[in-house]
Design a protein around this ligand. Sequence first.
Ligand code: BES
Ligand code: ZN
Length: 630
Amino acid sequence: MPAPINDAASEAAAAKPRVEGPIKPGVDYHSFANVTDFRVRHVDLDLAVDFAARRLRGHADLTVARQKPDARRLILDTRDLDIRAVTLLAKGDAPKKLVFKPSAARGFLGRPLQIEMPAAGTSDAVVRIEYETQPQASGLQWLTPAQTAGKKHPYLFSQSQAIHARSWIPLQDSPQVRVTYSATIRAPDGLRALMSAAHGAVDKKPDADGLTAYRFDMKEAIPSYLIALAVGDIAFHSISARTGVYAEPAVLAAAAKEFVDLERMVATCEKLFGPYRWGRYDLLILPPSAPYGGMENPRLSFITPTIIAGDRSLVAVIAHELAHSWSGNLVTNATWRDFWLNEGFTVYLERRIVEALYGARRAQMEDVLGLQSVKREMADLGAADQHLAIDLRGRDPDDGTTDVAYEKGKLFLQFLASRFGRDTFEAFLRSYFDHFAFQSIDTEQFLDYLDANLLAKKPGAVSDQEIHVWVYEPGLPGSAVLPSADVFAPVDRVRALWLAGSMPIDVVQAQAKEWSTQEWLHFLDNTPAEVQRPRLDELEQKFALSDSGNAEIAHSWFRIAIRNGYSPAYPPLTRYLTTIGRRKLVRPLYEDLMKAPGGGELARTIYAKARAGYHPIVQTSIDAIVTPQR
Ligand code: BES
Ligand code: ZN
């Protein structure tokens, strides 16, 4: 029998995340895993889905490689997991019970799980952890039939990024640990299970409990935040030999129509950035409570239905999630400090796909909207949070990740492209993806590679100081090449004339006939704080913005309506906030309501109805806004 775990020593060992002193690049302050002692190489799951209890139940077999001969204690990340037993499975030997001890919970970081490992052997050990998840698991959303499009069947989906994989799988939940994984998911008969992995055999018949087993296999090593699961009444529509769309039957046709360009997007990205290395690329259109626009789960991006506008005008989100197949999934941020390596690169790639498929004008509009958005966001951020390499110690990475990583990150790459020429820069990007394929790297590893493989090619083109300012200083550097807002000049003109009373609404309407979604967003997002009631009436009467089928346009309109206390928009606003759960769309509306006179009460009334339908991640965000802080 291994010796019992000594409490004081084990608490100290598990107390890794520190928040004082200089930050160490490459150290993951959001994981308890002792990755220099042990590394998990493979995760094999066997989980039954219990909708009635809102629990996953079963085991995870972790293949563990010892990194130091004297390492004895394996520390895993968990959050709200009920651990039943931990066993060592050795080939040829009887399974051996291992001593384990969950430490005290530490808020959003969860609870380190310490396991006493046997003395060093040469081969990898397989550790079986029997466990179940809790109904409030932060990385899972359990939906009632009423919350789905079909209204007949329950639905479950996961969202592991940033640090929620630990709420449904005990593992080393750090992006610098890459694992292959396999899984058996036992789903209630009639429902389909999907994962971010290749599909294996599906049992022909349900077992005695009425569960049908689905098998999955991910042969490429990925970080834990890309492990994903969905279970529901899900149908499939093929788009090309390697692409397709999954969705509830009721939304499948609309989704298939909206995303017809999927294969062209993959082909375009391959041409620009090298081969697509994941086999298939499918989309899963989630129910409307999905917390994010998209999540780049490998082989199967999870997508909000709020981008189905009917005119393909919001498909940049698809380009974005696809692009993560290179920036993020192939080359991964080693810690959440390096998040900009994932998102800044991905926005750059996304805009290149949009440009190739929909033209330079559309990409330029997206660039301008992105710039406006990061400028607005930066105005409210402390200086340190405007750095690309951001210190997130002590904070939930879900809250610390802003447009800085996305749009400032993209502008940094555009700056490099402008100095070296786009072709040279993009050849560099291809070599970067090849060089670091299936690895997790930190900011400094990228900068070293940049130095040796781009900067050194043309000495003097960019100074070390310029690079330093981009990565380690606040604001947008003077060297930034900002997109010209020319594309929106006609929209600005119409807005100004109309607000001044010099352009009747019918003329506005005639002009707006040609406007894209992006032009509408620019029009709405740049109205002054106060808009006169007759102008609001005109807008609503002519364009029925409250009922827009375009969730982004409706969002921008509701912000104006709330700011101006425009009560005719409140019933549709209530409907909007109680049917969709995408954080980017709902959070600003609650914030605006809390600032508006009398809005606090409305916010609380709406939230009381809406909360149960929101994802746990979004509930946490909105709780903090709507619940009065003492
Ligand atoms: N990987 C992100 C989503 C994410 C980030 C989840 C951080 C959890 C923590 C995804 O690729 C993303 O950026 N989605 C955006 C859409 C994109 C077009 C900017 C979103 O959800 O709005
Ligand atoms: Zn992204």
